[in-house]
Design a protein around this ligand. Structure first.
Ligand code: PMP
Length: 462
């Protein structure tokens, strides 16, 4: 037993770190400095907890990378994958073939998706989902006889993945700097980030103003040239930025006025995060496409999908060949796991519980715990996701010149205290598994408070 770690022989932490440093390039990492310090080796997980190779038990305030919605250690998902691997581990859906898992998944997604979403295209990740959205958008406008509609408008500090199209759609300058080849016909407008950019406008005024930048951009490009607007209902990787309530209704009005497709990237927001099945339902708008990944399988196996509403699907279906697909589109094992995962979300009443019980409890506890900490200028969130803004002066919403360093300082305290809380610049993020209980929320919030208070004390603010 002690000589095994799951499927693999147990090594010492130092051995694992040395092999990792020797052969593994990590995503979004500075490998030079990481190889010096050594990676933390995560060896197992259960519920909302992780264990590392040193035996530390860590509360996962981020559900992995915002994806383990049903929590770790779900035997029913493992069993479904095992059975499916024995029965039919792989077959494609390219050449007039299909299989039961992808049929059942599509049928189930049609049941849990908003009205009008009855068609789904599959891929392996959120990035591929957004690549697919781009392909669908172009195919749609060609099909309805308006091929000149090519421009896609997205936002600065939006995140849509790290393939070339995903990275181009996203508005992350530090990614663009390393991408001399970007996808064309993509333009970015400003984000609805009131705390940082709202100046002296009210949130409501600012939300309208930022939405109206879409109208200005459409008029500049010519509506006859604009295909779509894409956005995350709330920005996740950008810092859990919740737009003012005026933002999305205005975006929707503008898209409809100029006949522009509205594409919701629900890779983080989907499958219950805000207490609704999809975050756009919380914000009250109706998209034409929905990008899904992460919570679709709770991260147990990779899978992404694009939900396509009837208007777009009808045109696609009538248009003849759609020359897009991936070897693993609708992969049977991933599809079988997705079905079982969605059934856990639905039949356990988990999403209703996030909406009515754990979500409100989490939001209230966090606000009460951090009310006396002047370092926290704002808490944005709904359901089981929150972004905490670090600020030098709450009253004037002044941000630190070195806010990113302070975020990392706080994150290091979290690591030291066996809490996973993410830092994005000067915002601290939480997005725990949806199965988290009230007492686990108490632990999560008290650890977050401890680490934020400690950071404030080091800055002389508390
Ligand atoms: N869109 C959004 C909103 C995301 O948050 C992410 C990943 N964090 C992606 C797309 C990309 O998904 P993936 O990493 O699975 O390619």
């Amino acid at each position: 037993e002690a000589s095994q770690s799951g499927n693999f022989a147990r090594r010492t932490t130092a051995e694992w770190q040395a092999l990792d440093a020797a052969h593994h390039i990590h995503p979004f990492s500075d490998m030079g400095s990481l190889n010096k310090s050594g990676s933390r080796v995560i060896t197992k997980a259960e519920g909302v907890y992780l264990w590392d190779s040193e035996g530390n038990k860590i509360i996962d305030g981020m559900a992995g990378l915002w994806c383990v919605n049903v929590g770790y250690g779900r035997k029913e998902l493992a069993e479904v994958a095992y059975k499916q691997m024995l029965e039919l581990p792989y077959y494609n859906t390219f050449f007039k073939t299909t299989h039961p898992p992808v049929i059942e998944l599509s049928n189930l997604l049609a049941e849990v998706s908003p009205k009008g979403f009855e068609h789904f295209f599959y891929c392996n990740s959120g990035s591929e989902g957004n690549d697919t959205v781009l392909r669908i958008v172009h195919q749609y406008w060609a099909a309805v006889g308006k091929p000149a509609k090519k421009y896609v408008i997205s936002r600065k500090n939006g995140y849509h993945g790290s393939t070339i199209a995903g990275g181009s759609l996203g508005g992350m300058g530090y990614m663009h700097e390393q991408m001399p080849s970007q996808v064309g016909n993509i333009v970015h407008i400003n984000q609805p980030y009131w705390f940082g950019e709202g100046e002296d406008l009210t949130p409501e005024e600012f939300g309208l103003k930022r939405a109206q930048e879409l109208e200005a951009k459409i008029l500049e490009l010519g509506a006859e040239n604009v295909a779509a607007f894409i956005g995350e209902p709330f920005q996740g990787a950008g810092g859990v930025i919740f737009p003012p309530s005026t933002y999305w209704p205005e975006i929707q009005r503008i898209c409809r006025k100029y006949d522009i497709l509205l594409c919701a990237d629900e890779v983080i927001g989907g499958f219950g995060r805000t207490g609704e099945w999809f975050a756009h339902q919380h914000f009250g708008f109706e998209p034409d496409t929905i990008t899904m990944a992460k919570g679709l399988t709770s991260g147990y196996v990779p899978m992404g999908a694009v939900g396509i509403n009837r208007k777009v699907a009808d045109a696609l279906i009538a248009a003849g060949d759609f020359n897009h697909g991936l070897t693993y589109s609708g992969h049977p094992v991933a599809a079988a796991v997705a079905v079982a995962n969605i059934k856990i979300l639905r039949e356990g009443g988990l999403i209703d519980n996030v909406k009515n019980v754990t979500g409100p409890y989490f939001q209230k506890s966090l606000r009460e715990a951090l009310d006396g900490n002047p370092l926290v200028g704002e808490i944005a969130g709904q359901g089981l996701v929150a972004g905490m803004q670090l600020t030098e002066d709450k009253a004037t919403r002044k941000r630190f010149a070195n806010g990113g360093d302070i975020g990392l300082q706080c994150r290091d305290h979290c690591f030291g205290n066996n809490l996973i809380m993410r830092a994005t610049g000067d915002r601290m993020l939480l997005s725990p598994p949806l199965v988290i209980t009230k007492s686990e929320i108490d632990e999560l919030v008290s650890k977050a408070k401890y680490c934020l208070d400690l950071t404030a004390k080091e800055l002389g603010m508390l």
